[in-house]
Design a protein around this ligand. Structure first.
Ligand SMILES: Cc1cc2nc3c(=O)[nH]c(=O)nc-3n(C[C@H](O)[C@H](O)[C@H](O)COP(=O)(O)OP(=O)(O)OC[C@H]3O[C@@H](n4cnc5c(N)ncnc54)[C@H](O)[C@@H]3O)c2cc1C
Length: 271
């Protein structure tokens, strides 16, 4: 049986990168006063393709819950149906969705966190960051992380593909405990920032924690792991990874080599 879907109207569409054909979308539910979800979750969008076949694709919600509105961040995939359907969507068009879905959500209560993303994998990280450091509503300006250290490590090929860069830079400027680390895999000679893949910078953060806690190679102290008698372990840091499978696997392997428990590594794969 087909799931019940809900209509959502496109209010605004902004091209984030012309070269990568990536778009930011702002939608509003048509007949629902609120759309409740946890930051990091995804929705499923449903549409009929040119052959009359119903197609469903998952898209991370790129914003924290905000009444009946939500944002998406989608790039065109060459030859793909749904990404092109969305990229070509005109303002005021209505799409069908169901959700929210998924377990890619922040550990509660908040502890230290490393967000790792490539490409449009930044979408749920934007939602996490809005959730932890709200800029609107009653808690505007607050630090809902409770002063925890939060890193956002973001890798793309080119500078023009650092989606939402200004937003993340502003949050980092306002909150000393939010660290925004970018890296380009195909940087031009004149680029003064980091080069290479996200794994390298995640490795540096992890090593720095080990050094600071004097527990290089031991894992648990740097990981802030504690365990009351008879209780499951509590972790002082989590890593959240989102993007294509290769990157997700490499970051997971790196953390495993540093002694991280599988439960401390939460991930969402787009392919
Ligand atoms: C939980 C989840 C959340 C997701 N969130 C987002 C999101 O926020 N933004 C976003 O842009 N995409 C996201 N995706 C990917 C999205 O669901 C689609 O796979 C993507 O838009 C391509 O769909 P399509 O119909 O255009 O291409 P398809 O017709 O499904 O695929 C065409 C070809 O492209 C390959 N492909 C599929 N996805 C990608 C990709 N992302 N990059 C490169 N090649 C790909 C396929 O293997 C296939 O060979 C998410 C996927 C999952 C599982």
């Amino acid at each position: 049986m087909a799931r019940e879907t809900f209509p959502a109207r496109l209010l605004q569409k902004v091209c984030l990168s012309e070269s990568a054909q990536c778009y930011h979308f702002e939608f509003e539910m048509v007949d629902r006063a609120s759309f409740e979800y946890k930051a990091g979750q995804f929705l499923s969008a449903v549409a009929v393709d040119g052959n009359g076949k119903t197609q469903t694709r998952a898209y991370s919600i790129a914003s924290a819950a905000q009444g009946n509105r939500f944002n998406l961040c989608v790039n065109r995939v060459e030859g793909g149906f749904f990404s092109n359907y969305l990229a070509d969507l005109a303002v005021d068009s209505v799409i069908q969705i169901h959700g929210p879905h998924g377990h890619f959500v922040l550990h509660q209560p908040p502890v230290d966190a490393i967000f790792v993303a490539t490409g449009t994998g930044i979408a749920p990280m934007r939602a996490f960051t809005q959730e932890l450091f709200p800029e609107t509503g009653a808690e505007a300006g607050a630090d809902r992380s409770g002063g925890r250290e939060i890193w956002c490590v973001y890798g793309t090929r080119h500078e023009s593909e650092l989606y939402y860069r200004e937003y993340f830079e502003q949050v980092a400027a306002k909150h000393a405990n939010f660290h925004y680390v970018t890296t380009l895999s195909r940087a031009p000679q004149e680029w003064k920032g980091n080069r290479g893949y996200v794994q390298q910078y995640v490795g540096q953060i992890v090593k720095a924690r080990e050094v600071a806690s004097g527990s290089a190679g031991l894992g648990s102290t740097a990981l802030g792991q504690t365990q009351a008698e008879g209780a499951p372990p509590e972790f002082g840091v989590y890593t959240y990874i989102c993007g294509l499978n290769n990157m997700v696997s490499e970051v997971r392997n790196l953390l495993a080599e540093h002694g991280w428990d599988k439960k401390q590594v939460i991930f969402e794969r787009y392919d």
